[in-house]
Write a protein that binds this ligand. Structure first.
Ligand SMILES: [Zn+2]
Length: 69
């Protein structure tokens, strides 16, 4: 008596992605922006723009090199 059992396994592919890596990366970049250095001359509130390893203040034209540790 070869009764074949055909068990249907309802395997549904889970497409639940917990956290998008792109999102986490974006979050870090956003944090970096908020951690930007302030201008020592103008004080907090005036950010230094970073370009080519240098920080530059667009208000008082103060510029400093980023010290690499
Ligand atoms: Zn400044």
């Amino acid at each position: 008596m070869g009764k074949k059992k055909s068990v249907k396994k309802g395997k549904k592919p889970h497409k639940n992605k917990p956290t998008s890596k792109k999102y986490s990366k974006y979050k870090i970049e956003g944090e970096k922006i908020t951690r930007q250095a302030f201008c020592p001359r103008c004080g907090p509130g005036v950010f230094l723009m970073k370009s080519q390893g240098r920080s530059y203040c667009g208000k008082c034209h103060y510029s400093e090199f980023e010290s690499k540790k």
